[in-house]
Design a binder for this molecule. Structure first.
Ligand SMILES: NC(=O)C1=CN([C@@H]2O[C@H](COP(=O)(O)OP(=O)(O)OC[C@H]3O[C@@H](n4cnc5c(N)ncnc54)[C@H](O)[C@@H]3O)[C@@H](O)[C@H]2O)[C@@H](O)CC1
Ligand SMILES: [K+]
Length: 472
């Protein structure tokens, strides 16, 4: 929900606007429950759950409404809730603040609106919420809870201690899993969040990447890139992208002549050369051993389509059961390989067709086609295009970042490496979606400076900024 919220904001629908819709939805349900002239007590907490009810008060002026704010107005936790409180005070709607639980007086209302706590609850109810919950439960009134009954965990339906016993709940945007187990009516209200906030990747997707301050080297991924042969720059680009996307360690396994060059690109890379001028089946046992201690393997950058190399990829995937990103020429082995591995495949549309998948000029149709093909393969697909389509499991996303300047060579290697790093810390679909978003955003930042003259290494430098999240 936090991610969807940030994405909605990026689309131009800020949270205060959603709060206005939520408050309006609360008022609509009230009108179904009590007739004009009834007495309504609104009990508001200091978070955005309370803020929703402060908005509702403005839509409920046909009733005899009293708003009880739990706590001093200076302790309201968010700007948007405070602005709505200030509007109530300025408009002289009946309001009181509860600073001493012992003095809390709910009165004798026909309806109580419980907006003390929503999805932000942690632990059992503290004061004055605990006393207010008892008063609400003891009152001879119907109780309408905003989003979730206060004290209940919206995901589990459980409470850490006492909670409000609601008769009705009006919840926003989507049903909350925990509400199904409660003995009350649940109304799911559409609050105008654009479907695009969930369908398209956005800055909210980056919230999944927040790092734990206690983390250690290795916690953020040890990524092995296997590639090189006819092309020498590609594996170095992919490995550097893995580092820029947050991996702690990036290694490259490649033919000896490539190894010398890769080392020249960056002293941050750990390089292992193997005999010969291309990957071949005799390298596989050694490679499997090397891959076993890594979090993710990225297969394909610069590998070429020599039969020996493709046989080696096949043999590797036959025995490998970890997570791998498969790109470029290596993609063609995926449809006929029987592997225990978790694969994230990153074809462009031509490569998708070669794999046996279908595509369409309309991205929405393409989304269905790619989802079906991902299900057939049993793997995650990131199909590159002006709109990237990401599908796997029963989910799909679409990414709109990026620009025509990114058709330059090497940007796909950067994407594959970034996907590898993110797959070490996120589930496959999320890793692919965030990588596509950040890679395109890095390209957009580079295009601001270089227009159509951007090159793949420009993306590397901008990946960290492209992955930097917004404050929630
Ligand atoms: N997209 C969204 O996420 C939207 C959310 N909205 C509303 O925002 C709510 C979530 O708002 P917040 O994140 O501000 O969280 P809440 O308003 O649920 O609670 C946060 C406040 O409660 C306090 N608190 C936490 N646990 C407590 C406890 N056990 N005893 C006493 N106080 C406690 C915190 O210190 C904080 O001040 C949702 O439930 C919903 O009602 C809506 O405004 C519309 C959009
Ligand atoms: K509530």
């Amino acid at each position: 929900m936090a991610a969807v919220d940030v994405n909605a904001e990026a689309l131009g629908v800020p949270r205060k606007q959603l709060m206005e819709s939520s408050g309006n939805a609360v008022a609509r349900v009230c009108r179904d429950l009590v007739d004009p002239g009834a007495t309504v007590a609104i009990v508001a907490g200091r978070g955005n759950n309370g803020g929703d009810a402060l908005v509702a008060a403005r839509f409920l002026q046909v009733y005899d409404v009293t708003v009880h704010l739990l706590g001093r107005p200076e302790t309201i936790a968010t700007d948007i809730a405070r602005e709505n409180w200030d509007a109530l005070v300025a408009s002289e709607l009946d309001h009181r603040t509860v600073t001493d639980s012992a003095a809390f007086d709910l009165g004798d209302p026909d309806l109580v609106v419980d907006a003390m706590l929503g999805t932000g609850v942690t632990g059992s109810l503290r004061e004055p919420e605990a006393t207010a919950a008892k008063a609400i439960n003891d009152a001879d009134a119907s109780v309408l809870a905003v989003d979730v009954p206060s004290g209940i965990d919206a995901d589990t339906g459980e409470a850490a201690g006492d909670a409000v016993d609601a008769d009705h709940v009006v919840t926003f945007h989507d049903d909350k899993p925990g509400l199904g187990d409660l003995d009350c009516d649940v109304t799911v209200a559409d609050i105008g969040i654009p479907a695009a906030a969930e369908r398209f990747t956005g800055p909210g997707d980056l919230l999944a990447l927040r790092r734990d301050a206690q983390s250690h080297k290795g916690d953020h991924g040890d990524v092995l890139v296997v590639g090189g042969g006819p092309y020498t720059g590609a594996p170095a680009l992919a490995a550097q992208a893995a580092l820029r996307a947050g991996a702690d360690l990036a290694r490259v396994a490649c033919p000896e002549h490539v190894a010398r060059e890769v080392q020249g690109y960056s002293e941050n890379l750990i390089v292992r050369g193997f005999a010969g001028d291309r990957l071949a089946p005799e390298h596989v046992p050694d490679l499997l051993g090397f891959a076993a201690d890594r979090d993710v393997v990225v297969f394909g950058p610069g590998l070429g389509d020599d039969d020996d190399s493709l046989d080696a990829v096949r043999a590797f995937l036959d025995s490998y059961d970890g997570t791998a990103v498969v790109d470029a020429d290596a993609l063609q082995v995926v449809p006929d390989v029987d592997t225990e591995a978790t694969l994230i495949c990153t074809p462009h549309q031509g490569e998708l067709r070669q794999m046996g998948g279908e595509t369409d000029a309309d991205w929405d149709v393409r989304r269905d086609l790619v989802s079906d093909f991902a299900a057939d393969l049993g793997h995650t697909l990131l199909v590159k295009g002006a709109y990237d389509v990401i599908a796997g499991g029963d989910e799909s996303r679409v990414n709109r970042t990026g620009n025509p300047g990114m058709t330059v060579g090497g940007t796909g290697d950067v994407l594959a490496g970034a996907t590898g790093a993110l797959a070490a810390v996120l589930p496959p679909l999320d890793a692919a979606a965030v990588a596509a978003y950040a890679n395109g955003r890095a390209g957009d930042l580079a295009a601001d400076e270089f227009d159509g003259g951007l090159v793949a290494t420009d993306l590397l430098e901008r990946l960290p900024e492209a992955l930097r999240g917004v404050d929630e």
